[in-house]
Design a protein around this ligand. Structure first.
Ligand code: JB2
Length: 218
């Protein structure tokens, strides 16, 4: 694996499966040096993930900051639970670390889009003209964000999901793997859309929907 000599010295918060995709994504640009991974699972400490050392849990952040760490990204995917991702994002900010964006070199991003700090655009995903992505959002592998969509902070568009254009997604919302959201649909905050669902109607905040077509299940 390539290790950059960049002045951006980044910590990855969370060291599971998602973190591996994130390491590949960050390394594809070679502009950030990943100096370590933090994870509460003690059996991971002093091991390497794709060549990056797992240093300890989140309590070591202040020490790493004193040693030169200056950036971070949330490495937890947490399917269906964006509250943990949000908490870890706020933790990094609290310690004065800069949230980096991770945009895979093999994603396709229009030049006319905005992507907020800490957000992740993973391999094979597409973001088309006029879309706005908030902070700490995951656009996961192979997902499609058509033109003029808005995705608010801490939301996760899971692997292979599709937003068909002018879709609005609120904060902390999870769009499940392979789900399809038709054009002009508004989805609120703290919503979970089940994997493979097809959403034909607006969805209010704090609901869980699934199916084809998607209907409330809670
Ligand atoms: O408070 C925490 C914390 N809580 C859990 N701080 C830190 N630094 N790390 C934390 N973690 C760690 O996140 C766990 O100890 C674990 O090592 C990691 C989550 O790993 P896991 O492989 O279980 O899930 P994931 O979030 O990396 O990936 C899920 O979501 C992706 C989107 C999986 O379902 C993947 O298959 C999926 N692609």
């Amino acid at each position: 694996m390539h290790q950059s000599s960049s002045n951006i010295k980044c910590l990855i918060i969370g060291g599971g499966g998602h973190a591996k995709v994130l390491i590949d994504t960050i390394s594809s640009r070679r502009s950030v040096q990943i100096i370590g991974i933090l994870d509460p699972e003690k059996d991971k400490w002093n091991t390497n993930i794709l060549g990056i050392p797992v240093i300890g849990d989140d309590s070591v952040i202040p020490k790493l900051v004193s040693q030169g760490a200056n950036a971070f990204i949330v490495g937890v995917g947490s399917t269906g639970n964006n509250q943990l991702r949000r908490r870890l994002f706020e933790l990094g900010i609290q310690y004065g670390l800069e949230p980096i964006k991770a945009i895979h070199i093999n994603s396709i991003c229009s030049e006319a889009i905005d992507i907020g700090p800490g957000s992740q655009v993973l391999p094979g995903s597409i973001i088309n003209h006029g879309s706005t992505i908030g902070s700490n959002v995951i656009i996961n592998t192979g997902s499609i964000i058509e033109h003029d969509c808005i995705i608010e902070s801490h939301s996760h568009i899971a692997t292979g999901a599709r937003l068909c254009g002018t879709v609005h997604i609120g904060e902390n919302t999870h769009i499940g793997a392979g789900a399809t959201i038709l054009q002009n649909i508004q989805i609120g905050s703290n919503v979970i859309v089940g994997a493979g669902s097809v959403v034909l109607e607006d969805i209010i905040s704090n609901s869980i929907v699934a199916g084809v077509p998607a209907v409330p299940i809670k």
